[in-house]
Design a binder for this molecule. Structure first.
Ligand SMILES: Cc1cc2nc3c(=O)[nH]c(=O)nc-3n(C[C@H](O)[C@H](O)[C@H](O)COP(=O)(O)OP(=O)(O)OC[C@H]3O[C@@H](n4cnc5c(N)ncnc54)[C@H](O)[C@@H]3O)c2cc1C
Length: 495
């Protein structure tokens, strides 16, 4: 039986990052992937959906420009766009494959090994593999990393067929833009697809939201902008609506909603997208005899270590944040624990995130919803994009920057949100300062290029220090300040 130092099951972002970090330690590694290298980081996931999002933004910009110049907007052909998405997906996958197949040449050793097949842990150090060629083999490994990711959650009462009623995995089966689509679930993935379809302007989008607003975990000021923009593109948001039935009739979708007052209404659309979260892939991954602790949310781990000392779990299979960057971080951390000492502790508090909406929303640290839930006293200051030269130059002043600091003399940065163009690139400096435990004085003194969106961050911080150039007392609608203490939110004013 072939023996390895570490066997990584799953070649998505978490597993791939783990395997490549093990190469640095010159260990004998086996990576096993049953489908396509890159997992949901590339396919039916992060990269494919972001390529759709980028294309949809270009389409929206073009149709807006045509409208303003009284020229008829061109019709976008689904298949041509889909080919573009496929090209992006293939390019990234081929890069990872090329890299993987040549890694031993570069590291001058026989460290990295790959098998295309489905793996199962049959004892604490033995993994069986059914290869794609139909071979059954067993290998022995001192350490095992579970990185098998997650899949879309399905609801019993909804007949998902990935043709008419889809999950995010079924988007690749579409042959043309549906004339109408209903999106069940108003979380990040649901809202991203609502943005994509509505940007192309060829699909009437409906969204079902059981609460009174989309993105329930996000701050109200952010949600207001996103909802306003979706509704401007004629997205119908069914608020406070319970889905009581969804079925396929004559190859179209019929669904019935029940409202708060008990009344019911029926709707007809061409397709449905069910986006109600993801569930971890651990069924048939581990033999009954291997007693690893898990619950319905995933494998239970303590900083990637499972209840079995030589078995680690990383990425979406665990019960924490499901993001590419988190999976990669965990994969690398698991290897560093095995073969060395991690350079840095694994902390989840200050992970930067982006939501690809209209406009994009970037965040780091906590938001107001989380601070209030945890009863953390804070001050929040925000400045609209209308006060930022770069946004004015882009002729797109839809958005704002918000900084949340502790409500004491230290004013430690707790979090930040940027909604608008260039949001993602603007939060990086703050993310770094938070991770270094620095306060707002350092942020106020950084010199930024002009004109840049990040100048707005500086102005926000200077507001807190009472030394901003633009005075919030004059621009009350565009520069806002709030504080939270003892369960109460108060609007306050600087000079
Ligand atoms: C539509 C969508 C959009 C997203 N957008 C973003 C985004 O913008 N930014 C972001 O950070 N994250 C995004 N995510 C989340 C991100 O894709 C996941 O968090 C990430 O891919 C998880 O990585 P992973 O390695 O844990 O699992 P996965 O990417 O799911 O990979 C797991 C791999 O394991 C393989 N596998 C499973 N079982 C076995 C087995 N028994 N044997 C061998 N191989 C097996 C699978 O085939 C798969 O390739 C998005 C997800 C979706 C669905």
């Amino acid at each position: 039986m072939e023996k390895y130092d570490v066997c990584v099951i799953g070649g998505g972002p978490a597993g791939y990052a783990a395997a490549m970090r093990a190469v640095d330690f010159k260990k004998k590694i086996l990576l096993i992937e049953k489908k396509r290298i890159g997992g949901a980081g590339i396919h039916n996931g992060a990269l494919s959906s972001k390529t759709w999002w980028e294309l949809s933004r270009e389409a929206l910009a073009l149709s807006t420009h045509c409208k303003s110049t009284n020229v008829p907007a061109p019709k976008h052909h689904f298949q041509i766009l889909k080919d573009e998405v496929d090209k992006a997906v293939t390019k990234r996958r081929e890069l990872l494959e090329h890299h993987m197949h040549n890694i031993n040449l570069n590291s001058q050793g026989d460290y990295f090994h790959f098998k295309h097949g489905t793996a199962k842990v049959i004892s604490e150090d033995i993994v069986s593999i059914k290869t794609c060629e139909g071979e059954n083999i067993e290998i022995k490994s001192d350490n095992i990393i579970l990185a098998t990711g997650s899949r879309p959650r399905k609801l019993e009462q909804i007949p998902i067929d990935e043709e008419i009623i889809l999950t995010s995995d079924g988007i690749e089966n579409l042959k043309e833009f549906p004339k109408s689509i209903v999106i069940v679930g108003a979380g990040v993935i649901g809202c991203e697809f609502a943005t994509i379809f509505s940007n192309f302007g060829q699909t009437k989008v409906h969204m079902i939201d059981k609460g009174n607003r989309i993105l329930p975990f996000e701050d109200e000021d952010i949600v207001n902008i996103i909802e306003k923009n979706l509704e401007r593109k004629e997205v119908l948001i069914h608020r406070n609506s319970k889905l009581v039935e969804m079925k396929v009739v004559n190859k179209t979708v019929v669904y019935t909603l029940e409202y708060d007052n008990g009344s019911r209404e029926m709707f007809h659309v061409e397709k449905a997208l069910v986006s109600v979260g993801r569930i971890p892939n651990y069924e048939s991954l581990i033999s009954e005899s291997v007693k690893i602790e898990k619950d319905s949310r995933g494998i239970i781990d303590n900083l990637t270590r499972t209840s079995i000392p030589n078995i680690y779990a990383v990425g979406d299979i665990t019960a924490d944040i499901a993001l590419v960057n988190v999976g990669e971080l965990e994969g690398r951390y698991a290897i560093e624990q095995m073969f060395g000492k991690p350079e840095k502790n694994l902390i989840y508090e200050n992970i930067s995130t982006i939501m690809f909406l209209a406009p994009e929303v970037a965040g780091v640290g906590i938001n107001e919803v989380q601070a209030q839930k945890q009863n953390i006293p804070y001050k929040a200051v925000s400045i609209d994009y209308s006060c930022i030269s770069r946004a004015i130059a882009m002729r797109n002043t839809d958005g704002f920057i918000k900084i949340i600091v502790s409500n004491d003399d230290d004013m430690k940065v707790l979090g930040m949100r940027v909604v608008g163009e260039h949001a993602s690139s603007s939060i990086e400096a703050v993310a770094l300062l938070i991770s270094m435990g620095k306060g707002i004085n350092e942020l106020a003194e950084l010199i930024h290029p002009h004109p840049s969106i990040i100048e707005g961050i500086q102005e926000c911080v200077r507001m807190l220090l009472n030394k901003s150039m633009l005075k919030p007392g004059v621009l009350r609608n565009a520069m806002r300040c709030r504080s939270f203490k003892n369960g109460e939110v108060k609007v306050f004013e600087f000079a």
